[in-house]
Design a protein around this ligand. Structure first.
Ligand code: C2E
Ligand code: MG
Ligand code: MG
Length: 638
C-alpha cells in the first residue's frame, strides 16, 4: 500500500488553506460549514496515511491497534459525507432551529454507523498470499460504505427536492463534488491497488473553493469592501438567526461632491473608502456605485459609531481636511422591524426613490411606520399584478347629468379591482402605487380597452349618451406612446373618437407638459376630446385652463363642498364659473349629493352634474339598467 497520492492531496489542501487564510472574509455560516468539510477531508486523508502505516507496521503496533486506526479512517469518511450534507442544509434550512433539528438526526445516524464500524470485524486482502496487504474488507468496511452511500443518496435527493432553496452555484458545486467522489469510488473498486478516495476528497474541496467559497467572490474589486452579494448573504443570515442589527446606508447623490473640485474627487473617494474599510465593530459594503452600507451587530456601540462616522465626514477630506463631501444618510437602528434581506434592500431603494426624502433632510432614521408602508405597498403591487393577470380589473360607470337636456348624457369610467375574495378595491388604494411602480401604464390601457369594448357592445346613442370620460394619470400623460397606443385600441374596436373624452389633471400639465401637449395634439386630431379634472384642488391656477386645449372643466368635490360652507369660496367659484363660461368651456360639478346642492349648481348655470345624488359609480350591467330605467322615465315624462 502506497501513500504518494494521499500526500499529493495533503499538499493541495495546504496550498488552498494558505490562500483561504490570507483573504478578507465575512462571517458567513456557509463558510464555517465549508471549513468543517475542509478539515473533515484533511483529517480523512491524514488518517488514511496513518492507517496504511499502521497496517504495514501491524506486527510492531499489534493487530488491534492497526485495525483500530484502519477503522478510524472509515469513520472519517462518514464524517466527510455528513459535513457535506450539513453544508447544504445551511442553505436549505435558514431557520437555525430547524437546521439543528435536521442535523441532529443525521449526526445520530452517523454515530450509530461509527459504533457499527468499530464493532464489526475487518479483514485484510493480501497480495499473492504474501504478508503485504492489498486492501481491507469485511463488515466494518461495508457498514461505513453503506452509510456513506445512504448520505450520498440523501444529498442527491435534497439537491433535487429543495432546488429552489439552494443557491444555484452551491448546487452545481455540490453536484460536481458528488461526481468526483462517485468516479473515485468506481475507480478504486476497479483498480484495488490505487487508493485515490482521499485525493478525490481534496479535489472536491478545491471545486467547492473555486466555485463559491473563495472569499474573494464576496469582495468588491475596485474598493476592497464587501460587495452587494455579501451584503445580501450576511443580512439574510442575521435575519435567519433572528439577530437584531443596525445598518447605516451612505448615499452619494450627485450633489454629494459638489463642493469638491473635479480633479480631487477620485482621491477623496479613495480616502473615504480607506476610512470605511477601517471602521471598527462593523462590516462595510459597497452595494452600488454610489451606495455604501455599514452593518453593526453590536447594538450597544452602533449609535456611537454612527455619530463618529458622521463627525468624520463633517470634519472634511483632502490634504488639509478642507473638502466637504455631503452624502445622504439612511439609518435603520433596528433591522428587526424588517424580517427579510430583500425587504431591507427594497426599503432603502424605496426611500431613495422617494424624491422628497432627501430634499427635506440629509439624515433619515427609518422607523416602523415606513416599513409598514412598504409592506402595504408590496401587498398592493401584488394585488394589482394578480388582478391584471387574472382579469379582475373592472370598470364602473358614474352617470353625468346634463342640466340643459335634463337627462344623463355622459358618464365617467372609474377603475376598480377585485381581490381574491371578489371584494371590490377602490382606486384610492392602488392608483398612487400603480403610478409609482409604473404599472399605471398597463392598468390605464386595460381600462381604456374595457371602455372601448363596452361602447362597441352597447352603442351609446341607444341610451341617449354622448361620450364617456376616462381618467388619464400623470404618468400616462408623460408616456410618448400614449396617443399611438390609444388610437390603435380605438381602431381595433372601431370606435368613433367622439365617444371618448380623456380627463387630465393639473399636475400632468406641469410635470410632463411637452409630451402631454404632443399626445393631446395627436389625439385631438384623431377626434378625441379632453377635460381638466380635479379643478379646485391644490394650487388651482386659471392659467392652466387658458393654456390647455380642453373642452370641459371638472370641479372637484372639495370645491363644490366649500361653496356651501365658506362665503369667500362662493365668490371664487362664481368668478371661476364666469370666466370658464367666457372661454366657452363646459363645467361638470362633481360630488353632488343632495337635491339642494343640485339645485344650486343648476342655478349657477353649470351644465353637467355628477354625484351620488344621481348615482354612485355602477358596474357595467347595473349601469346599463340604470340608463334603461332613466330612458323609460324620460319617455314617460315626455
Ligand atoms: P376623480 O376622477 O375625481 O373621480 C371622482 C371620484 O369622486 C370617484 O371616486 C367618485 O366615486 C367620487 N364621487 C363622485 N360623486 C361623489 C359623491 O357625490 N360623493 C362622494 N363622496 N364621492 C363621489 P373613485 O371612483 O374612488 O375614484 C377616485 C379617483 O381615482 C378618481 O378621482 C381618479 O383620480 C382616480 N381614478 C379612478 N379611476 C381611474 C382610472 O381608470 N385611471 C386613473 N388614472 N385614475 C383613476
Ligand atoms: Mg376623473
Ligand atoms: Mg374629479
Amino acid at each position: 500500500m502506497h501513500i504518494e497520492i494521499q500526500c499529493c492531496g495533503i499538499v493541495l489542501m495546504l496550498v488552498l488553506f494558505h490562500f483561504y487564510r490570507r483573504q478578507k472574509r465575512i462571517s458567513l455560516d456557509t463558510q464555517k460549514a465549508f471549513l468543517v468539510i475542509f478539515w473533515a477531508t484533511f483529517v480523512c486523508i491524514v488518517v488514511d496515511i496513518l492507517s496504511i502505516g499502521a497496517i504495514n507496521y501491524r506486527h510492531v503496533l499489534s493487530e488491534p491497534v492497526a485495525k483500530f486506526v484502519a477503522k478510524t479512517y472509515l469513520v472519517t469518511l462518514i464524517g466527510v459525507v455528513v459535513s457535506t450534507l450539513s453544508y447544504m442544509c445551511v442553505d436549505i434550512y435558514g431557520d437555525q432551529e430547524v437546521y439543528r433539528e435536521k442535523m441532529k438526526v443525521y449526526w445520530l445516524m452517523a454515530l450509530a454507523g461509527v459504533l457499527g464500524v468499530y464493532a464489526a470485524p475487518l479483514y485484510y486482502q493480501y497480495i499473492n498470499h504474501t504478508t503485504d496487504v492489498k486492501y481491507t474488507y469485511g463488515p466494518s468496511v461495508y457498514v461505513a460504505y453503506a452509510l456513506a452511500l445512504g448520505f450520498f443518496i440523501r444529498i442527491f435527493y435534497l439537491l433535487r427536492k429543495e432546488k429552489a432553496k439552494i443557491n444555484s452555484r452551491r448546487r452545481e458545486a455540490v453536484c460536481l463534488w458528488l461526481l468526483i467522489w462517485i468516479v473515485a469510488a468506481q475507480l478504486q473498486f476497479m483498480y484495488t491497488n490505487i487508493l485515490i478516495i482521499g485525493y478525490a476528497g481534496a479535489i472536491g474541496i478545491m471545486v467547492l473553493y473555486l466555485k463559491l467559497e473563495n472569499p474573494e467572490t464576496n469582495l468588491d474589486r475596485s474598493t476592497g469592501l464587501f460587495n452587494s452579494g455579501a451584503l445580501y448573504q450576511y443580512t439574510a443570515q442575521l435575519f435567519d438567526k433572528k439577530k437584531d442589527f443596525s445598518t447605516l446606508a451612505i448615499i452619494f447623490e450627485n450633489t454629494a461632491y459638489q463642493h469638491v473640485s473635479l480633479d480631487k474627487r477620485e482621491s477623496i473617494r479613495m480616502q473615504i473608502v480607506e476610512y470605511l474599510l477601517r471602521i471598527p465593530d462593523a462590516y462595510s459594503f459597497k452595494n452600488a456605485e454610489d451606495e455604501f452600507f455599514i452593518v453593526f451587530t453590536d447594538m450597544e456601540t452602533a449609535e456611537k459609531r454612527v455619530e463618529e462616522i458622521r463627525n468624520r465626514f463633517a470634519s472634511g477630506w483632502g490634504a488639509y481636511n478642507g473638502d466637504t463631501v455631503k452624502p445622504c444618510w439612511l439609518y435603520l437602528p433596528h433591522a428587526n422591524i424588517v424580517n427579510q434581506a430583500e425587504i431591507l434592500l427594497y426599503l432603502i431603494r424605496y426611500i431613495r426613490r422617494d424624491e422628497k426624502t432627501f430634499t427635506e433632510k440629509d439624515f433619515v432614521c427609518i422607523e416602523k411606520d415606513s416599513v409598514d408602508k412598504i409592506y402595504h405597498e408590496r401587498q398592493v403591487v401584488q394585488l394589482l399584478l394578480e388582478a391584471m393577470e387574472n382579469d379582475r380589473v373592472e370598470v364602473f360607470y358614474q352617470p353625468i347629468f346634463s342640466t340643459n337636456e335634463h337627462r344623463i348624457t355622459s358618464a365617467e369610467a372609474l377603475v376598480r379591482i377585485r381581490d381574491k375574495d371578489r371584494k371590490i378595491v377602490p382606486p384610492g388604494v392602488f392608483i398612487d402605487i400603480a403610478e409609482k411602480s409604473g404599472m399605471i401604464l398597463k392598468l390605464g390601457a386595460i381600462v381604456f380597452e374595457r371602455v372601448c369594448r363596452f361602447i362597441t357592445e352597447h352603442p351609446l346613442e341607444l341610451y341617449g349618451m354622448q361620450y364617456i370620460e376616462i381618467n388619464l394619470s400623470v404618468i400616462q400623460c408623460g408616456d410618448e406612446h400614449l396617443a399611438r397606443d390609444y388610437i390603435d385600441i380605438m381602431e381595433r374596436y372601431k370606435i368613433d373618437p367622439k365617444y371618448i373624452n380623456l380627463e387630465i389633471t393639473e399636475s400632468a400639465t406641469t410635470n410632463a407638459k411637452k409630451t402631454l401637449l404632443g399626445n393631446m395634439e395627436d389625439l385631438m386630431k384623431y377626434g378625441v376630446r379632453f377635460s381638466l379634472d380635479d379643478f379646485g384642488t391644490g394650487q388651482s391656477n386659471l392659467n392652466y385652463i387658458v393654456d390647455m386645449p380642453v373642452d370641459i372643466i371638472k370641479f372637484d368635490r372639495s370645491m363644490t363642498n366649500s361653496y356651501f360652507e365658506n362665503g369667500k369660496a362662493k365668490h371664487v367659484m362664481e368668478a371661476a364659473i364666469h370666466m370658464i363660461h367666457g372661454m366657452n368651456l363646459e363645467i361638470v360639478s362633481e360630488g353632488i349629493e343632495t337635491k339642494e346642492q343640485y339645485q344650486t349648481m343648476e342655478d349657477l348655470g353649470i351644465s353637467h352634474i355628477q354625484g351620488y345624488y344621481f348615482s354612485k359609480p355602477l358596474p357595467e350591467n347595473e349601469f346599463i339598467r340604470f340608463l334603461e330605467d332613466s330612458l323609460h322615465r324620460n319617455e314617460g315624462v315626455g
